[in-house]
Design a protein around this ligand. Sequence first.
Ligand code: CP3
Length: 321
Amino acid sequence: MRQAGRFLPEYRALRAQHGFLELCKTPALAAEVTLLPIRRFPVDAAILFADILLVLEPMGVGLEFAKGDGPVIHHPVRTREDVGRLTRAPVQMTLAFVLETIRLARAELGARAPLIGFAGAPFTLASYLVEGRGSRNYVHTKTLMYGDPRAWHALMERLAETTVDYVQAQIAAGVQAVQLFDSWVGCLGPDDYREYVLPHMRAALAAIATAGVPVIHFGTGTSALLELMRDAGGDVIGLDWRVDLAEAWGRLGPGVGVQGNLDPVALFAPPEEIRRHAARILGRAGGRPGHIFNLGHGVLPETPVEHVAALVDAVHELSAR
Ligand code: CP3
């Protein structure tokens, strides 16, 4: 997750010359950024360089990545009328640049590593659409959800359909696995997840499953939702560092894999301490097939590059035993 992010100096050098959206929309550059981590570290997969919010721009809501502010939606969706005004166009047209990035990156990667595609899950996309930016309490999102459930479900249905189209187009263009990011769904309790999110995730994940590539279903702060997320679907469930990996996997059962779950801030520890953390996580996984070692969330921009290298080496060494 966010492998390229802002922690690599070569990414920052590219960003000094190009805006973030410009990088995403220029396939030759976006493919180059996709490959940066692969060139630097012996990691086992590459993740497409794009953003979960790119699908929102063609809906006519005014997406901007403002300096220092994170993403902004200039025309947030707060009412039934707003939902009705969202424009619709085929992703093959509006997001053709992502599909071209995939083709270029795959050609460069060859047999070196598989390419993981990704998309935002409907709830997390809705949270940006409704709030207009990142949020702490999701007041506008929950106000729409509780106050006009029909409008909420119409919005979620629309986002689920777009997500399915987008992921299927990515698979057709060559990605070999996909990750659905429901990064902020952990702000909901289990009853609300069941009522307002689960039906849409189940429909989306069932449609995606027909393509036959592995699907990672990711969220953070989801320790109260893990069984519901598993019921919604996905071959692998993403775990953040707030849960014990063995205990969470025990709850999920042997039918699914797990991904995780190093605290991204552990990468600020000295390399020996990073190694101890990695060993502990691998110990919890116990060599069972179906564990993808990863951070529990994205790499932070200030992360020392040598510490990431030390982690990759430690994981490979410790899991080869
Ligand atoms: O390694 C990669 O860079 C993979 C590509 C990738 C990006 N965003 C590029 C990016 C991926 C997989 C994402 C997913 C994403 N984007 C998520 C889900 C994962 C998660 O972290 O929960 C979310 C919620 C977003 C929305 C988003 N995009 C935010 C909140 C921000 C700004 C804050 C931040 O942490 O950077 C972005 C911008 C963004 N997306 C950057 C990158 C490399 C930084 C942009 C810059 O260069 O200024």
